[in-house]
Ligand binder design. Structure first.
Ligand code: NAP
Length: 278
């Protein structure tokens, strides 16, 4: 199939409609905001109704647009529940008439020594990150296949590549997210659907703030990060805009690492504190 003709502004998302699971906080909310700033309309969803309502208010206030026009909507969404996922997809269509971009950002974290990890813990994380992304991708994918265009963005992680200690269930799920990403990319490209993932480095959010801010783990992460700081959710959102917009139109099956250089750092730079000779 021929490539689409180049858009005037290849980063523009005007006319596009996105559904963002986990979109009421953290990285998902920042992605929703970035999409709105690029002209898209967005539905954000998570399990907590109050949080969703607050996020919709905040996004409406922080992004440009005509006050008459509905640009942001919210939905209570549990990605572990098929009827809930189907309701969210239906609400997107009822509100905006179409669905072009799905972002699977719903996620939970669990830190536990692996000897203490029980199968229920393990399955809960898998069900949210992996089966949840599958449920949403299938529900959105049916519509995208009909319109022969669509873009799915999954949230992988640094722990898709390297161990982060006592987060085995999370790591296993995030590895599977990459497998799911490649499978959909390969199988659904013929329906005009591109599937990619973003692997963020460390971004303090509700998910991990207690684990990494002002902790020994956090200090070790920063020492291993060439840029010497955590990322911000908006720095992850930039990657999502790229993957969703016409400029990213030939990217498929890729996992884009956005980590301040964490993955590039083997023993660290020569100015790392422990290399200074006494
Ligand atoms: N922050 C990082 O450093 C980092 C790094 C790598 C990858 N990630 C990934 O990025 C994604 C976003 O995380 P974040 O850091 O932005 O954390 P966050 O602020 O906690 O966002 C995750 C959201 O997912 C929602 N959620 C959890 N379970 C859900 C379910 N079953 N159905 C629907 N929504 C659900 C939560 O809201 P409710 O509780 O209201 O449902 C929450 O708003 C996650 O997949 C995470 O694993 C984050």
């Amino acid at each position: 199939m021929a490539a689409k003709s180049p858009a005037k502004n290849p980063f523009d998302l005007t006319g596009q409609v996105a559904l963002v699971s986990g979109g009421a906080s953290g990285i998902g909310k920042a992605i929703a905001e970035a999409f709105l700033n690029q002209g898209a309309r967005v539905l954000v969803g998570s399990r907590t109704a109050d949080k969703v309502e607050a996020a919709v208010k905040e996004l409406n206030a922080s992004t440009p647009g005509n006050s008459e026009e509905i640009r942001v909507g919210g939905v209570t969404l549990d990605v572990t529940n098929v009827p809930s996922v189907e309701r969210a997809v239906r609400k997107t269509i009822d509100l905006f008439g179409r669905l072009d971009i799905l972002v699977n950002s719903a996620g939970v974290m669990l830190r536990k020594p692996t000897f203490e990890l029980n199968p229920d813990d393990f399955n809960k994380l898998y069900d949210t990150h992996v089966t949840g992304a599958l449920r949403c991708s299938q529900a959105a994918g049916h519509l995208m296949r009909e319109q022969h265009s669509g873009c799915i963005i999954n949230l992988a992680s640094i722990s898709s590549f390297v161990d982060l200690v006592e987060v085995a269930a999370y790591a296993a799920a995030k590895n599977a997210v990459m497998g799911l990403t490649r499978s959909l990319a390969n199988e659904w490209a013929k329906y005009g659907i591109r599937t990619n993932a973003i692997a963020p480095g460390f971004v303090p959010t509700e998910l991990n703030r207690k684990m990494i801010e002002k902790t020994d783990r956090g200090r070790r992460i920063l020492e291993h990060t060439p840029m010497g700081r955590f990322g911000s959710a908006s720095e992850i959102a930039g990657a999502a805009v790229f993957l969703a917009c016409p400029a990213g139109g030939f990217v498929n099956g890729h996992t884009l690492v956005v980590d301040g250089g964490y993955m590039a750092s083997g023993i660290g730079d020569a100015v790392a504190p422990w290399t200074i000779e006494k």
